[in-house]
Design a protein. Structure first.
Ligand code: NAP
Length: 471
């Protein structure tokens, strides 16, 4: 294939990828954008294979490996995408980041071991190999540790929570640096030391990080996988890989920053603060509930019937209950009765950025009704009823009122300013942060206990009985 066609295919693939990433920033276009990015990746692979057609290296044996790899990876990806529930998406993203890191590592290893075959000679190639091995190894082991921790397969050993871990990590980083310099000076030796030291560094940096911070780390590792891919692009001379890797690196970094802001954490405290989060904060800001008011679904339905304006606050529990479709039926009844309905979306509600948007989009909730926190917060005082569905931390007023609370400083939804607040959850369990929620004891809050799907189903029945939404 002529160079012109190869560059034309690469250019189209890069443009599609750029449009794909841009489209992901809007809920309305996200689904199509994802498909566009997938087409870009497919095109990039096809373009690469076409450019090798007719060359002796692309023989029958090579084709066998390529097709076998495509089949194994494709089947694994398809099954994972079909089977994994949305609530486990951070684990899947971690696993896929790990695969990305490993791929870059393997490309760099192949180039380091067979530089002539891959035309990876010279100082630029050597420095790129070092970067790709270093970042790829960290990304691979760090992502696998992150996934195992989220799955509950791994916990942080006690010594890892002491300050000594910083010394171990610094020692590993120094060893990796020495191996990298050795590789660049002597054209290859020091490779395996670099691999081992970087891989251990990935484990050492990720293992002490607490559960609540893990999605931030996964986003950062996503960025690293982009950097590793870009470096691998320099190794094999692929402009496409360089551009795609740089885009992933930048996008991952921006997402990391958005998440840190939403959780009021600095990246430094996430990376070096140790195991903060769910388990360690369980005792702080806690305490027994003494003044809880609960009510029946029937009372909730009667209050909703009389409301003019209702705001829905979805949280992690709604996703666990898979109650989005029942919720949509409830809001359809309310809207048919002339009640104004909006959905308040907190940036870190659920377990990953955009979790609630995806969940509600599945149930065909109109995008215009999804309001971001800063947009909807001023509307709560003029709202009759707020329905908090499986959300907890994101509506905890302690974040604004109690300087001793671990949540203090995190931006939250000011639901307590509404006339009446109904909180639907199964019991009085804490949210992800592990702390008590002052909202539940306020005079205008009533708890409606039960699984979100069951409660919403019953609510729908009550609304029908009351004739709400019937023309
Ligand atoms: P949350 O604070 O984790 O609370 C979820 C609540 O849902 C729990 O209190 C639980 O109470 C309830 N629940 C669970 N299953 C339920 C069911 N089947 N039916 C009804 N309720 C159910 O959730 P959130 O308010 O969405 O806050 C998200 C948290 O995750 C924040 O602390 C955030 O910082 C953290 N986080 C988010 C991200 C992100 O990117 N989105 C990343 C990292 C961390 P019961 O057990 O009593 O029912």
């Amino acid at each position: 294939m002529s160079d012109f066609f190869k560059y034309a295919i690469d250019l189209v693939a890069v443009l599609l990828l750029a449009f794909g990433i841009k489209g992901l920033s809007k809920v309305r276009s996200a689904r199509g954008a994802n498909q566009l990015a997938a087409v870009a990746m497919g095109l990039a692979v096809i373009g690469l294979l076409l450019s090798y057609l007719g060359q002796p290296s692309l023989n029958a044996q090579a084709w066998t490996w390529i097709l076998a790899g495509t089949a194994v990876g494709g089947v694994f990806g398809a099954i994972t995408a079909q089977r994994v529930p949305m609530t486990s998406m951070p684990e899947v993203v971690a696993l896929f980041n790990g695969c990305g890191g490993m791929s870059s590592l393997l490309v760099a290893l192949a180039a380091a071991l067979y530089p002539a075959a891959l035309d990876a000679t010279g100082i630029v190639a050597l420095v790129s190999i070092v970067i790709s091995v270093f970042v790829g190894s960290i990304t691979f082991t760090g992502s696998i540790v992150a996934m195992a921790k989220l799955q509950g397969w791994l916990s942080t050993p006690s010594w890892m929570q002491s300050k000594a871990r910083h010394l171990v990590n610094i020692a590993l980083a120094v060893v990796a640096l020495i191996a990298a310099v050795e590789m660049i000076r002597n054209g290859g030796s020091g490779l395996w030391l670099l691999v081992v030291a970087s891989a251990l560094l990935g484990v050492g940096v990720t293992l002490p990080i607490g559960g609540a911070d893990m999605p931030v780390v996964i986003s950062l590792l996503n960025s690293y996988s982009g950097v590793a891919a870009a470096a691998a692009g320099f190794v094999v001379g692929s402009q496409l890989l360089i551009v795609a890797g740089a885009m992933v690196g930048a996008a991952g970094l921006i997402l990391t920053q958005v998440m840190c802001k939403g959780m009021n954490r600095s990246l430094v405290s996430v990376l070096f603060g140790g195991a903060l989060g769910a388990s360690s904060t369980a005792s702080s800001g806690g305490g027994e509930y003494t003044n809880i008011t609960s009510c029946s679904v029937e009372e909730c339905a009667l209050t909703l019937e009389a409301a003019e304006r209702v705001i829905i606050v979805p949280g992690y529990g709604l996703a666990v209950a898979q109650a989005q479709h029942t919720l949509r039926e409830v809001t359809r009844s309310l809207e048919a009765a002339g009640i104004e309905v909006a959905y308040a979306i907190h940036p870190v509600a659920g377990r990953m950025p955009g979790h609630m948007n995806v969940l509600l989009a599945e149930a065909d909730v109109p995008y215009e009704q999804l309001k971001e926190m800063d947009v909807i917060n001023p509307d709560f005082p003029a709202t009759d009823v707020v329905l908090v569905l499986g959300a907890n931390d994101v509506v905890n007023p302690q974040a604004k009122t109690d300087p001793n609370s671990p949540l203090y400083g995190m931006p939250v939804l000011d639901v307590q300013q509404a006339r009446t607040v109904f909180v639907v959850k199964r019991g009085m369990s804490a949210g992800y942060s592990g702390i008590k929620n002052d909202l539940f004891e306020l005079g205008n809050t009533s708890m409606v206990f039960g699984d979100a799907k069951k409660v919403l189903g019953d609510l729908l029945g009550e609304l029908k009985e009351l004739g709400v939404g019937k023309k």
